[in-house]
Design a protein around this ligand. Structure first.
Ligand code: 5GP
Length: 114
């Protein structure tokens, strides 16, 4: 039985993705269904299901994910004008149960986000 999530398959190279950054602990790739001209997902390689399942041991990793996404957005020309979203749980819109941060930019964003 293969119970890997989609993002574990991308991390493992089983499913292709447009990868923008990768190191030992994290990977960033373009969202297949972008909600903005710039829409990048940043994931830890370790399979944390969702933000609320993370622990104090993950604090450094969580910080790295933020820094990685910020740096990619800056390199793409969106320094100081991007949005970061984490959908935590199905009721909040999470569909892939491997923690990921959405970095979105390139259009105006409404608030509240809906
Ligand atoms: P969630 O709804 O869990 O916060 O976000 C999941 C994201 O994964 C969605 O924005 C969706 O478009 C993206 N996604 C789903 N399947 C694939 C895929 O096969 N490749 C890539 N690159 N992104 C995907």
């Amino acid at each position: 039985m293969n119970d890997k999530t989609l993002f574990e398959k991308i991390i493992g190279g089983e499913i292709p993705a447009e990868i923008l950054y990768e190191d030992e602990v994290a990977i960033a790739f373009k969202d297949i269904n972008p909600q903005a001209p710039f829409h990048v997902l940043v994931c830890p390689k370790t399979p944390i299901k969702m933000l609320s399942k993370s622990t104090v041991e993950d604090e450094k990793l969580l910080g790295s994910l933020m820094r990685i996404g910020s740096s990619i957005a800056e390199k793409a020309g969106f320094k100081d004008k991007f949005r970061v979203v984490v959908n935590n749980g199905a009721e909040a819109g999470q569909t892939v149960f491997h923690l990921h941060l959405h970095f979105l930019a390139g259009r105006d964003f409404a608030w509240p986000p809906g």
